[in-house]
Design a protein around this ligand. Sequence first.
Ligand SMILES: Cc1ncc(COP(=O)(O)O)c(C=O)c1O
Length: 381
Amino acid sequence: MTVYDFAIGQTNPETFPAEAFKRAALRAIDLEGAAMNRYPGGKGHLGLRQLMARRESEREGVLVNPENMALMNGSMQAVTLAGQALMSAPGDLVITETYTYSGTIAAYKGIGLELVGIPVDADGMRIDLLEQRLKELPVKPKFIYTLTSYQNPTGTTMSRQRRSELIDLAARHDLPIVEDNCYGDVHFEGDKQPSLYALQPDPRHIYIGSLSKIFAPGVRLGYLLAESPYFQKIVSRRHDAGSNYFAAAVLAQFYQEDLWGHCNNANAVLLRKRDLLLAALQSALKDICIWSRPTGGLFLWLRLPEDVDLVKLKALSAERGFYYAEGKDFHVEGKTVHFIRLAFGHVPDASITQGIPVLAECIARCRMSNASGQFTSLFDD
Ligand SMILES: Cc1ncc(COP(=O)(O)O)c(C=O)c1O
């Protein structure tokens, strides 16, 4: 059976730079074989930190100090350690978007944090609703965790105005912000929005990046950028003796050759895939569904008619080889919602064009009526 796997957010395998990566690995072993006999320590490989600091600096137009950066075993480790360092006891509150990354939901609930969801619209987290919620909450949350660009799962990007409002509001309430920007360089259309640390330097801002999305998740490398005292507080919580030095040394060799080339190649292909997906959805589902138009990242958020039987849709789609992620997996309260997330990064072109008609057929068969879409927008007020 042909499989149409839109479930997992992975990079595009066709643009994996195998030859250049092989050359980088040989150089790394020649040059750094001796260092591989030692534990890397809390911050990790200096060369890669310098390159990632340069990358951040070039993107954001501000100086980034590699001494304030620690490599992590994927950005997921940074997300978890930041949560642990900022909380004081189980039951503490963290603000997130109502829909957020399922891994973060699991990690934060796993360490005892309670998530308070703030609705998102096309401009990102609704700061007006956040302000209202902060007034209503019986206790002060410990921090705000936000996916500012190419949000997982909705694909939306927080506008410049909202970023400024978020920074001001957090400062007024003395709340740290954890900005998870792991898709920051997976940008393929329009202007890039500045990161929060570039808009307003603030020691309460913690920033997280990843090599999983700009390179490949198998290298398991991400990084955290923070200032004193949070930087030390977070790094001191790790007890894993540091991140994979070998992978970091190879990536440092790889990026020394060309810091942006691979990303530019990969993003051009992602844009093509996004456009194929948008075109396929337009021709198969335009009368009954509505969806986001991501300008970066790996995901598209699709709203289904309310009369779709979601349990039946999941079973029928799987029977036909079509896999997607269910909206409820990203809802902070696990609420059943008529949304699905389509991850298009690693799906071959032909599977996009052939797969979406399969999804459309499954949706049609799981509806209780023939009515057209009952909504005019992706997000409710
Ligand atoms: C928003 C977000 N943060 C963090 C991660 C974790 O990525 P990694 O640990 O591979 O860097 C993901 C992965 O999908 C993600 O979507």
